[in-house]
Design a protein around this ligand. Structure first.
Ligand SMILES: [Zn+2]
Length: 323
């Protein structure tokens, strides 16, 4: 581990200016889970009081110096805006897709920075001023669609993931966090850099600061007349009218009978997605939303399909078992 890396308060200040959208953050566990060797992220709490910790300059310095590893949220809930869009790709052929996106963004005069990751990479676009999460998403979803780059989500297990992952947050929601760049990935036990500059904190931050930032006016000109592509709009899993008859079951499937403790967030119940949980994901227990008004409707924000969720709770949809 490069223990020699030193982060000055100035570097930490610049880092906050570039990346931090809100005080809340996550921390990657230094110890892997014995059952699967994964390092989970959790929201750190103050010892004694249990109050959620807020990101400080010294915490950012510890992250940059490799002592801890933080995760950053994409949306400021007070404004529904983000300072950046990050495109995460970690499948076979991920780098090709990211380079395709980066090249196409360049044609729009948008300079995107490519960061290495464990498999594949993260492509970062910075805003001149924080932009509405929903507008950022409309831009990147449409661009990916035009380029034939797959987006992970409903029905697609592989593809890019776009942060912000939500169009907006409701009261009390945090959305999804992404590993803070330039720290040490606990699982890989190494630091990942941006390709655009020497492997030195000061030079990396200097490079990011010099990148041309996307203005709201430009963003709006790119998405003029566009909406979220239909296939990426929220699709609730519900039996609906086309629900297959389940022979011999006698009663219909009710997701609420198969999940743990739920909490009410806006018009939904929120809980840990059983399918994500099976893969050791969704530690914050907020990926699955179940409509309060109609509990037959549910959705996993991480993109698990109805088939995956039904399989995970031991009630596979007849004839539609996933392998
Ligand atoms: Zn899920």
């Amino acid at each position: 581990m490069d223990a020699t890396v030193k982060a000055t308060p100035e570097i930490a200040w610049n880092y906050r200016h570039l990346f931090v959208n809100r005080g809340a953050y996550t921390l990657q566990s230094p110890r892997p889970r014995p059952e699967n060797g994964r390092h989970y992220y959790f929201r750190p709490k103050a010892k004694g009081t249990g109050a959620a910790l807020s990101l400080t300059g010294p915490t950012i310095r510890c992250h940059l110096e490799g002592e801890i590893t933080i995760g950053l949220y994409a949306i400021n809930p007070a404004t529904q805006r983000s300072k950046w869009v990050a495109i995460d790709a970690d499948y076979a052929g991920a780098m090709e897709d990211l380079l395709k996106l980066q090249y196409s963004l360049q044609q729009d005069k948008v300079e995107a920075a490519l960061e290495m990751s464990k498999r594949g990479g993260h492509l970062w676009i910075f805003m001149e001023r924080p932009a509405l999460a929903c507008e950022c998403r409309i831009y990147i979803c449409n661009l990916a669609l035009e380029l034939g780059v797959r987006i992970k989500g409903i029905g697609l297990a592989e593809g890019i993931e776009i942060f912000p992952r939500h169009d907006e947050l409701r009261a009390g929601e945090f959305g999804n966090a992404i590993r803070g760049p330039l720290g040490i990935h606990r699982g890989a036990n190494r630091r990942y850099w941006f390709y655009g500059a020497d492997y030195d904190l000061g030079k990396q931050i200097g490079y990011l600061n010099r990148l041309r930032k996307l203005s709201e006016q430009q963003l709006r000109s790119f998405i003029a007349g566009k909406t979220m592509p239909l296939e990426f709009e929220t699709k609730w899993h519900s039996p609906g009218r086309a629900a297959p008859f389940v022979p011999g079951s006698g009663c219909e499937f009710r997701i609420l009978d198969h999940v743990g403790k739920v909490r009410k967030v806006g018009r939904n119940y929120v809980t840990r997605c059983p399918s994500c949980a099976g893969a050791g994901q969704d530690r914050s227990g907020d990926n699955l939303a179940i409509s309060i008004e109609n509990p037959r409707k549910y959705i996993c924000w991480a993109g698990c399909t109805k088939e995956m969720i039904r399989q995970a709770v031991g009630c596979p949809i007849p004839g539609r078992q996933s392998p």
